[in-house]
Design a protein around this ligand. Structure first.
Ligand code: SAM
Ligand code: SF4
Length: 474
């Protein structure tokens, strides 16, 4: 057997669970903030400090619409002042839906005999990626069920395959993954394939609820999943994404737990999660959950700004699970990434059929089926700057959200110019005339917000892009 010093220094044992349900419930039940306290907490966040659990409970427990309006206003201000108007775009690519787990909310669970199982072959992956590139995508998240076929080696292979697919000016510059957790060695293997973010959702952080929803397979082990990102960090993957599936348990508990998870990673590894996701449960084949903890639109519109304020320097991802009107509204409260042109059925990007979703073939129902082009069109209409930027990651500037947040001028020097350059590529290669006209207007407006020198070198690069050069960034 190969000698591995890491294995000696980090014994193969689970790292400590860090969620104490009593502590969290105690805060939810006992923190009773007045207006002054709520305002203090908002001010602390606007002063660029991450909130404690107790402070997050202050926001969660602030009842009364005027206070909630202040929380939303705070989140909006934080987003505008700190992050500006960029929205990063990506698409999911389901690689395989075989699964040995039995998650009660998921159409792919093993007991769903009607689910049509499929794993894309190499040539099917290539076809799918080419179709995604033809639409202008530059960033993907690959998604897998949990199955012996989807080993770390297999996943690493698919990641490398995707990076190698180039069509015309198209290429995928960042491949994130959402896959079942590995052991340290497994994380090392997928890390070596050059993944961007490793994303995993705890689903619910409440141990008892977790047990109920996950009766079978490897995933029934709450602690194995909870400590997944500790193992990822030990394996050298420090770009990680966390999330909770809202609707499984009390939303307030999940929000506090997400903050607790963030604190844990910061305390142990000196780096918090790159992103937080907050999906809500959507219809799926034989969905087997009650609506006791259903997270209403109203609650959703509370939890997004609370998360923004609680973890001010973490990216926030909002997916096509949500309908366009919900997306439109909560985007203002601090979302930094959304998907566009999303399709969940395996192999469907290259089939170009525009049919109703078939839940026998897909994990859940999406509510925003619009094409990437339509999503970009709307973003431009609403004054956002759509971005496909992958620069920080490729320049080794990891933890970019932290830098955006804490390094004065970082956004104006790097993020806005890079967003402009990637949007310029999109407009040259994929946009309709109408979208291109809007896009160049938005680019011009954004150029005018940049410092003279930066604006000039950005204009320079835009001219090169117009002449056919690609992948220019700062
Ligand atoms: N199989 C891997 C795992 O469980 O970690 C990959 C994740 S799964 C394909 C992606 C995520 O979709 C899950 O972590 C879960 O949060 C979410 N999901 C599952 N069923 C859902 C549903 N009915 N509605 C919305 N999201 C769902
Ligand atoms: Fe399998 Fe993931 Fe679905 Fe659970 S959520 S059944 S692990 S694909």
């Amino acid at each position: 057997m190969r000698f591995s010093p890491e294995k000696l220094s980090i014994p193969d044992q689970r790292m400590k669970p860090f969620i104490d349900p009593d502590e969290i419930w105690n805060l939810i039940n006992n923190v009773r903030p007045d207006k002054t306290r709520v305002r203090e907490v908002i001010a602390k966040s606007l002063d660029k400090h991450r909130l404690t659990l107790e402070e997050t409970a202050v926001l969660v427990n602030s009842v009364g619409t005027d206070l909630f309006d202040e929380i939303r206003e705070g989140a909006r201000t934080l987003k505008e002042k700190v992050y500006g108007n960029r929205i990063v775009l990506f698409a999911p690519l389901y690689v395989g839906n075989k699964c040995t787990n039995n998650c009660q909310y998921c159409g792919f669970r093993v007991s769903n005999k009607d689910a049509v199982r499929k794993t894309l072959t190499d040539s099917e992956i290539i076809k799918e990626v080419e179709a995604l590139e033809d639409n202008g995508q530059k960033r993907l998240i690959l998604v897998y069920g949990e199955h012996p076929e989807y080993s770390a080696e297999f996943i690493a292979h698919t990641v490398r395959l995707v990076y190698n697919v180039k069509k015309g000016h198209g290429e995928i510059r960042r491949v994130n993954i959402n896959a079942a957790p590995f052991d340290i060695e497994g994380f090392r293997k997928v890390g070596e394939a050059g993944i961007g973010t490793y994303q995993i959702f705890q689903e619910t952080y409440h141990p008892e609820a977790y047990k109920w929803y996950h009766p079978g397979g490897r995933k029934k082990d709450y602690e194995w999943r909870l400590t997944a990102l500790d193992r990822a960090q030990e394996a050298g993957i420090d770009d990680v994404g966390i999330g909770a599936l809202f609707g499984l348990y009390d939303w307030r508990f999940e929000v506090l737990s997400l903050v607790r998870h963030t604190n844990h990673l910061e305390a142990c590894y000196n780096v918090g999660p790159h992103t937080i996701s907050f999906p809500r449960i959507k219809d799926a084949l034989s969905l087997n959950i009650s609506n006791k903890y259903e997270t209403s639109d109203e609650e959703f519109k509370k939890l997004v700004p609370i998360l923004r304020l609680a973890v001010p320097y973490t990216g926030m991802i909002l997916t096509a699970r949500e309908a366009p009107d919900v997306r439109r509204e909560v985007m203002q409260y601090g979302v930094s990434q959304i998907d566009g042109g999303t399709k969940l059925e395996l192999g469907s990007y290259s089939e170009s059929k525009n049919e109703e979703q078939n839940l026998n073939r897909e994990q859940f129902r999406i509510n925003d089926p619009r094409s990437l082009a339509d999503v970009i069109d709307e973003l431009l209409d609403h004054g956002y700057l759509p971005s496909f930027c992958t620069s920080c990651y490729r320049m080794g500037r990891t933890g970019e959200h932290f830098m955006e947040f804490s390094v004065p001028g970082f956004i104006k020097r790097f993020c806005t110019p890079n967003a402009i350059l990637t949007l310029s590529e999109y407009l040259c290669d994929y946009a309709t005339e109408d979208v291109a006209t809007k896009g160049w207007d938005v680019i011009e407006k954004n150029l005018q917000t940049l410092e003279k020198g930066v604006a000039a070198s950005t204009r320079d690069k835009i001219e090169k892009i117009k002449k056919g050069e690609r992948d220019l960034y700062f």
